[in-house]
Design a protein around this ligand. Structure first.
Ligand SMILES: Cc1ncc(COP(=O)(O)O)c(C=O)c1O
Length: 395
C-alpha cells in the first residue's frame, strides 16, 4: 500500500510537487503540543524556533498559545511575524551581537544571557525590566556529543559563581525581575535526567537567591525533550517526566521549557526519488544539502518505500545523495524492500533540524515544503529555482 501522510498518498504528493519534498503533518504538531500541555500543566512552553522556522508552522504553533525561544534578531523578527507574544517568550542566545541585544531589549522578551560581558554590553544599550542568566552546571547530556551543551568544554552558560556576580550586578543596576536558565543537551530520552536537572537548578537557584537577595520568577531548563528515531529507542513517558518534576520542584518560580524537536520532529517526512541503482547503492535526489543530520551526527532516520510500505525488507542498501562528497550518505546497509529506479523513499522524523539546516551547496535549490492535515494539503514554501541560487549576487 502507498504510504499515507496525513491522509494523503506520499507518492501523489511527490508527483504533484516534485522531489525532494518536505511534508509536515499538522495534526502531529498539534498532538505534540497537547502532550506537552498535558504533561506540564504548570509550565510555560516556548517553542525553540530554530528547530523549524517555516512561517506557516510558526503561526500554527503561536495560535496554540505557546511562547517562543529565539537566539538572534532575525528569529525575533520571524516570531513577531508569526504572532508570538514576545513578552511571554525567551531569548536564549549564544554570542549575541549588539544588534541582537538591541532588538531583544526592544521587545520586552526575557533574555537568558550567557556571560557577564554580555550583560555589560547590554547595560550600555539599556536596562531590561527582567533578566536571566544561563548556568552551566558542569555536566551535559545529548544523543550526540555535538548536541551535548553542558560540561567543561561547552561554550554555553557560566559557573554558579559567575552567575552570582551577574545577578548582583543586575540587581545593583536596577533590574527587578529575575529568571534562571540551564539547558544542558538535546534529544534526551531519559526520564530521570529531567528530574536531575530540576534538582540541580533548584539547588543553584536557592544558593544565588540567598547570596544576592533576589527571588527567581522563572526557572528555565531549555529544550532537550527527545523523540525516538531508532527502532530500539523508546519514547519518553512525558507524563511521568512531568510528574517527577512536579514532585521534586519546590521553588514557586514558573517552570519554562524550550522544546523544539519534540514539537516538530515527528511531523516531518522527506520524500525523495530514486534516480540511480548502482550495485548496493541507491542514489536519491535528496542529499546532505536537503537533510544533513545523518552526515553531521551520524543520525539515524527511518526510511520506507513510499510506493508500498508493506513489502518485506529483503535487501540491504546504502542510500546516498547527489552531492560530490563521500559523506553524502543517509544510511549504510539499511534493510529495505527491493527498490527500483523511480521509486519514492520516505525519510522520516525530519521535521526538526531538517529543512532549515540545509544549504544550496553543489547547485541545489532548496526543496519545497507542504503542510498536510486530514486529507488536505497546502504548499507552505515553493521549491527554489536556479534564480534563487544567485538571488543576492550582483553581476
Ligand atoms: C537554547 C536552546 N533552547 C532550546 C533548544 C531546543 O532544543 P530541543 O530541540 O532539543 O528541544 C535549543 C537547541 O539547540 C537551544 O539551543
Amino acid at each position: 500500500m502507498e504510504r499515507q501522510i496525513g491522509g494523503i498518498s506520499a507518492v501523489t504528493l511527490a508527483k504533484e510537487f516534485g522531489t525532494p519534498l518536505y511534508v509536515y503533518d499538522k495534526q502531529i504538531i498539534l498532538q505534540r503540543i497537547n502532550d506537552l500541555k498535558e504533561a506540564f500543566p504548570q509550565a510555560h512552553i516556548c517553542y525553540a524556533i530554530k528547530a523549524n522556522p517555516n512561517l506557516s508552522i510558526l503561526k500554527l504553533i503561536a495560535q496554540q498559545g505557546l511562547g517562543v525561544d529565539c537566539s538572534n534578531r532575525f528569529e525575533l523578527e520571524l516570531a513577531e511575524k508569526a504572532g508570538f507574544d514576545l513578552k511571554r517568550s525567551v531569548f536564549t542566545s549564544t554570542n549575541p551581537s549588539d544588534e541582537d541585544l538591541k532588538k531583544a531589549l526592544s521587545t520586552g522578551i526575557l533574555m537568558n544571557l550567557d556571560h557577564i560581558s554580555i550583560f555589560r554590553r547590554l547595560q550600555k544599550i539599556g536596562l531590561p525590566k527582567k533578566i536571566s542568566f544561563r548556568i552551566n552546571p558542569g555536566f551535559g547530556n545529548g544523543k550526540f556529543p555535538e548536541i551535548d551543551v553542558g560540561g567543561k568544554d561547552a561554550k554555553f552558560g557560566m559557573s554558579e559563581e559567575l552567575a552570582t556576580e551577574c545577578y548582583k550586578l543586575a540587581k545593583e543596576s536596577g533590574v527587578q525581575h529575575f529568571g534562571i536558565h540551564m539547558m544542558t543537551g538535546s534529544c534526551i530520552l531519559d526520564e530521570a535526567y529531567f528530574e536531575k536537572l530540576i534538582l540541580t537548578i533548584e539547588t543553584i537557584a536557592e544558593s544565588i537567591e540567598k547570596k544576592v537577595g533576589i527571588t527567581f520568577e522563572w526557572m528555565d531548563i531549555g529544550g532537550g525533550i527527545g523523540v525516538p528515531y531508532e527502532p530500539f529507542e523508546k519514547p519518553l513517558n512525558l507524563k511521568a517526566v512531568g510528574e517527577r518534576i512536579q514532585r521534586v520542584k519546590k521553588s514557586p518560580a514558573t517552570l519554562v521549557l524550550e522544546p523544539g524537536r519534540y514539537i516538530v520532529a515527528q511531523s516531518g517526512t522527506l520524500l525523495t526519488k530514486v534516480t540511480t541503482i548502482k550495485e548496493k547503492f541507491i542514489g536519491v535526489d535528496a542529499g546532505m544539502t536537503t537533510l544533513i543530520r545523518p552526515m553531521l551526527y551520524g543520525a539515524y532516520h527511518p526510511i520506507v518505500l513510499a510506493n508500498d510500505d508493506a513489502l518485506p525488507e529483503t535487501e540491504k542498501y546504502t542510500v546516498v545523495g547527489p552531492i560530490c562528497e563521500s559523506t553524502d550518505c543517509f544510511a549504510k546497509d539499511r534493510s529495505l524492500p527491493k527498490i527500483k529506479e523511480g521509486d519514492i523513499l520516505a525519510i522520516q522524523i525530519v521535521g526538526a533540524y531538517g529543512f532549515i539546516m540545509g544549504s544550496q551547496y553543489n547547485g541545489q535549490p532548496r526543496a519545497a515544503e507542504i503542510l498536510v492535515s486530514n486529507g488536505l494539503y497546502s504548499l507552505i514554501r515553493k521549491r527554489e529555482t536556479t534564480e534563487d541560487l544567485i538571488r543576492n549576487e550582483t553581476y
